[in-house]
Write a protein that binds this ligand. Structure first.
Ligand code: ZN
Length: 333
């Protein structure tokens, strides 16, 4: 979001002048002003006359939970927007300002936000990892990733309900009088997540068994694979900060040909270089593999689009996977 202190004086001068360009400027300024006013309500920088608790989230996935549970009772903003990669994200001066002004900073934890961990630690009780109350035995071990757990828990919708409860409790501590509303909204949201969970299970199981394998650049979908019964292979490991090598590509190319895998996937916010190498490798060996489309991995889509919510993002991924893997791979020539 961009604040536009600078546009206000121009708006005023636009009123006084009557040339075409000034009229256009006036129109644009008014549009900006109105948009900012509407957008600024409940979802942005704290207004000085707004005394609702101000919650900052790192990813927009967590913001979606705050929005669903907190409703109009809290103000919230996420530091990372659509297509932003949390593994390598560094805080901007504006992020520091927002975190300072906030009452609570909610982050994923499990080293997802690797480069923010120092700042988040420094915030002490003012920050909270929303994955903290997920039973450890439900987490996927990832000892090759800093001796920790796989952080991509949002791809198991049932597991994500723990995050909903965690956010609900954190908001209740922040605003005890909101307890009843937070609990009610959390229950509704959990119900929606469980419906998504069942839907995903059914849709993924509709893919012929031998083709139930998804190949992506980075390994964001292990929870998804475990929950919905699809094998998942990532080229880059759990973090996009890990490089992939020529051997990884060769191994993946052989796997695609041996298993007759029809499609591989790119991810929003992740470089397509890795997946393109695999694509070229398969074609060089005389086979065809399709790009199955783009999956949202570590962020949701833009606000106002169907993929701009957790549920919409999740459905997009499921439908993209089902559609792409339902076609067969044919040897070319
Ligand atoms: Zn990731």
């Amino acid at each position: 979001m961009y604040r536009s202190e600078k546009t206000s004086p121009k708006t005023y001068s636009g009123f006084l002048m009557t040339t075409k360009s000034d009229a256009l400027l006036l129109f644009v300024s008014l549009f900006l002003f109105i948009s900012l006013f509407l957008y600024g309500c409940g979802n942005g920088e704290p207004e000085s006359n707004d005394d609702r608790p101000f919650v900052v989230t790192t990813t927009n996935l967590i913001r979606d939970v705050v929005e669903n549970v907190g409703g109009e009772d809290v103000r919230f903003v996420s530091l990372m927007g659509p297509g932003v990669d949390p593994h390598v994200y560094r805080a901007t001066p504006r992020d520091f300002r927002r975190m300072e002004q906030s009452d609570l900073v909610l982050y994923n934890g499990l080293y997802l936000e690797g480069r923010l961990s120092e700042i988040l630690d420094r915030l002490g009780d003012q920050s909270r990892a929303v994955t903290g109350s997920i039973p450890r035995e439900k987490l996927i071990d990832a000892t090759d990733f800093g001796g920790a757990y796989d952080p991509h828990v949002w791809f198991d919708a049932e597991l994500w309900t723990y995050v909903v409860m965690d956010v609900r409790d954190a908001l209740t501590r922040l605003l005890p009088e909101g307890e009843e509303d937070f609990f009610r909204r959390a229950e509704e949201y959990k119900k929606e997540l469980m419906e998504l969970h069942e839907y995903a299970k059914q849709r993924i199981q509709s893919i012929p068994e031998e083709r139930r394998i998804m190949i992506t650049a980075h390994d964001a979908f292990q929870y998804f694979g475990r929950a919905y019964g699809i094998e998942v292979r990532g080229l880059q490991g759990l973090s996009t900060a890990t490089e992939f090598g020529i051997q990884d590509v060769t191994r993946m190319v052989s796997l695609i040909i041996e298993r007759n895998i029809p499609a591989i996937f790119i991810e929003t916010g992740v470089s397509t270089r890795a997946i393109e190498s695999v694509l070229t490798g398969v074609r060089d060996r005389g086979y065809q593999v399709q790009l199955g489309g783009s999956l949202f991995s570590d962020s949701m889509g833009a606000p106002g689009t169907p993929e701009g919510t957790y549920a919409g993002m999740f459905r997009h991924n499921v439908e993209t996977i089902v559609q792409a893997l339902s076609e067969e791979l044919q040897p070319s020539l």
